[in-house]
Structure formats: C-alpha cells, structure tokens
Design a protein around this ligand. Structure first.
Ligand code: GTR
Length: 419
C-alpha cells in the first residue's frame, strides 16, 4: 500500500475528533511487555556477547516496524562549508561557528546548518547536540546567528506577529524560543552547545517525501524511513562534523531533543554509538513512553495526526499495541551501556510520565547485564528528585516544555557521561 493510502486508512478508521485518551490508570487494559533479555527464539540473553546479538535483533525490529530504514548511507564525501568562522560570542570568551553540512557531493542542496557555541576552555569540553524546532536564530536573540532560510512551520501567532512570513523566518523570530535554551548558563557550565533546525533535513509535513533529503534517495517502501528516522540521520551527520572539533571531548557528546525531537534523539542515539548520553525531554508516544499502556497519546492517534513520522509498517498497530513486536523500554535499552536521561513533566499527561518512567526502569536490566547501574527504584521518584545512575529519570513540575531545571540536570549528566 502506498503511504498516502495507508494514512487515509488511518484517518478513516479513527477521526481525530473521536479520539478519547485514557487518563485514568484504572482504565489501562492489562498488558505484558515483550521481554528484553530474551532472544526472539525464546533463548535467554545472559552476557555481554549475547547482548550484542540481542541488540542487533531489536535494532532490526525497530527499523522495520517502527521508524523505518534510512535510505541514505553516510555520504562518502560529506562537505562542510564554514559559513561563519569561529568568532567571539557573548561574554566570557565563548565562541560561535556556523557550518553548512552539504549532503550531495556536487549540489548546493540539501544541507543542514549547524550552529556551534563553545565555552572558553583550555581543555576539550563536553557538548550537547540538540535539535531545534524553529531555526538556529530562535534559540537566542543575538543577531550574529544567521536566520534559517529553509521552509518554516508556523502557528497562527507566529504569522500574526510577522515572525514567519510566507513560510520563512524573519528577524522577528530571533530568540522566540530562548526560554527553552539557557545559552549563557550552558556555556558558563563549561559545556558546548551544537544545534540545527530539524526542517533543514526534512520539513515537517506529509508531502509524500519530496523535499529535504528525500530527493537524494529512492521512494520509501513500507519499512523505510519516516521523518523521525530522517531527522535522526541528520543528527548523525552533525555528529560527523563534531568529530572534527578538537575543542570537544569526543567521549562526552550528548544528543538531546524535546517532544517529537525527543523521539528523534532516542532513535538517533540508539543507532549512533558516538553519543555518550541520549536525552529524551517529554518525548511521549513513539519516544520514551510504553506503547502498551495506551495512556494519553497512543499509536493510532500519532499515526493519524502525523502519518509521515514513522514507517508505514507502524500503521498496522493502530489500536493493536499488543501485536507490536517491541515496546519502548527496548528502544531505551539500545543505548546501554552509555547514558540515557528520560525526563517528564507533571502536567504533560499526553506524553504519559508514568509510562516514560516505567520504560526507563524496564530498560535498566540491559545496564545491569553490562555491569552498570540503571534505575533500581520500583516507584516513580518525587517531583524534582532525579533517580537512577546510567539510566536517569526525573519528573518536574509544570507543562510540556524545556526548562532551566531540565537543562541543569542534563549539563550535570553530560559531564558524567563517557566511558
Ligand atoms: C504533539 C504530538 C506529540 C509530540 C508533540 C511535539 O502534537 O502528539 O507526540 O511529539 O506534538 O512534538 O510537539
């Protein structure tokens, strides 16, 4: 079936208006999670050698049934064009560099514009690569940062304020998302920040995969990439560039994303073992939350609102979560023995905070098998009290968002990550 037909089917079977989320624990139907430390043939997974093979099985299942296979390899010749050479940024000796990462060996498009902010330091620093929703210019009001010129998604407010005109960002969009990006605090803590606009890689609307990086690849089939896998592929290309930066501590580079970009961070970090820490901020359904709990947003709803995010095979599991061969604790486990941070917000019921906690906890046996500590606690921690070691979790007060509190925890975690 074509992607178009399948998404139509998803829409006709479940109109958005008829969707009723479960928000009451007593209404969650009984479920059983697919086992983590057991091969698909039923044999037990007992040691680090076994885990390598089990990990490969799980990567194959998530690729084929959930996110889809990336149809582009790592380009043989990735071109890096320095658009703004390293120059002073803000105070305290920090610097800014802008790099265009070109995906075609010959053409000027498609590309991803990476913004890299580095603190002053005599020694290589840890770094966080974080995907952004609204362009690099949206994270801080500094006019030094170039305005993104890719297609920009917009809400009514952004069109009314003139921040987005004809699907392009304007100067009024500078710093519009600054509350989610405490740039000064990040740099003062001695951590570098790299970021790119996810729409450079694949504009976030269902267009039959005509734009972004898709023209470089063949048309996706039912087990091939949706947008999350495409954004994750882009994050790995940004990581390719960061490898060249001797000012960064290559053993301590995290990937971070919020919401749909938290789902992306998890998938990118699961596949790309160069990320020492993977941060999922309020990622919810298709991210850190267990699909089988069916709490808040569930598979049928996400596939209806966003049919382009996952591969077409995933549409088969609308209202049939128990038939999924995997669940999201197994996605988190793919990050072992590196570090993972799953964060929830108390009022973000749509993303199922408890389902995010349970997935992180149920992933922890993978760390224990590899002689590291995950989350031992059975119960969810209190608000504002992070739990766990190499698998870490917090729930903070407030809504679906990224706050200074979240960043403070991530800055501490990236420093502790590494071998
Ligand atoms: C919501 C979606 C969530 C989450 C969020 C976002 O509409 O239902 O899964 O991804 O968007 O990314 O902002």
């Amino acid at each position: 079936m074509t992607r178009f037909f399948l998404s139509l089917l998803a829409m006709t079977t479940l109109p958005l208006s008829a969707y009723e989320p479960i928000y009451d624990e007593s209404e969650i139907p009984p479920y059983e999670l697919p086992p983590l430390l057991q091969f698909e043939n039923g044999d037990p997974v007992e040691n680090a050698e076994d885990w390598k093979k089990r990990r490969a099985e799980l990567v194959a299942l998530f690729t084929d049934q959930v996110y889809g296979k990336a149809l582009l390899p790592k380009p043989k010749k990735l071109r890096f064009e320095i658009r703004t050479p390293e120059s002073p940024f803000l105070e305290n000796g920090a610097t800014m560099t802008e790099v265009r990462i070109l995906f075609s060996e010959t053409e000027p498009k498609p590309f991803l514009d990476l913004l890299l902010l580095k603190p002053k330091s005599e020694t290589p620093t840890p770094a966080i690569l974080a995907l952004n929703f609204s362009g690099n210019h949206s994270i801080h009001s500094s006019t030094q940062i170039s305005l993104t010129d890719s297609w920009m998604r917009s809400r009514k407010e952004e069109r009314e304020s003139g921040a987005v005109v004809d699907d392009r960002a304007t100067d009024k969009a500078r710093g519009v998302k600054a509350s989610r990006w405490p740039v000064e605090k990040i740099l003062e803590s001695g951590v570098a920040l790299a970021t790119f606009y996810y729409g450079d890689v694949d504009p976030d609307f269902d267009d039959g995969f005509e734009n972004g990086i898709h023209p470089l690849a063949e048309k996706p089939g039912p087990g091939d990439w949706g947008s999350i896998a495409a954004w994750a592929w882009g994050a790995s290309r940004a990581r390719d560039y960061l490898e060249k930066e001797s000012d960064l501590d290559q053993d301590r580079i995290a990937i971070m994303g919020h919401s749909r970009l938290g789902k992306t961070a998890l998938w990118a970090g699961a596949l790309d073992e160069r990320f020492s820490l993977v941060i999922s901020n309020n990622s919810g359904c298709g991210g850190a939350a267990l699909s089988r709990r069916r709490f808040g947003e569930r598979v049928s709803r996400i596939n209806t609102s966003f049919p382009h995010w996952f591969c077409d095979n995933f549409l088969q599991y609308n209202e049939k979560e128990s038939e999924l061969p995997v669940d999201q604790h197994q996605l988190i486990a793919l990050i072992a023995p590196r570090m993972v941070y799953v964060a929830s917000a108390e009022e973000d019921r749509w993303a199922d905070p408890k389902g995010e906690f349970l997935a992180a906890r149920e992933a922890s046996p993978a760390w224990e098998l590899l002689e590291k500590n995950g989350i031992e606690a059975e119960e969810m921690p209190e608000i504002g009290k992070p739990a766990g070691d190499r698998v870490r979790y917090h729930i903070r007060a407030g809504k679906h968002d990224v706050t200074d509190y979240d960043w403070e925890q991530y800055l501490r975690a990236v420093k502790e990550s590494g071998k």
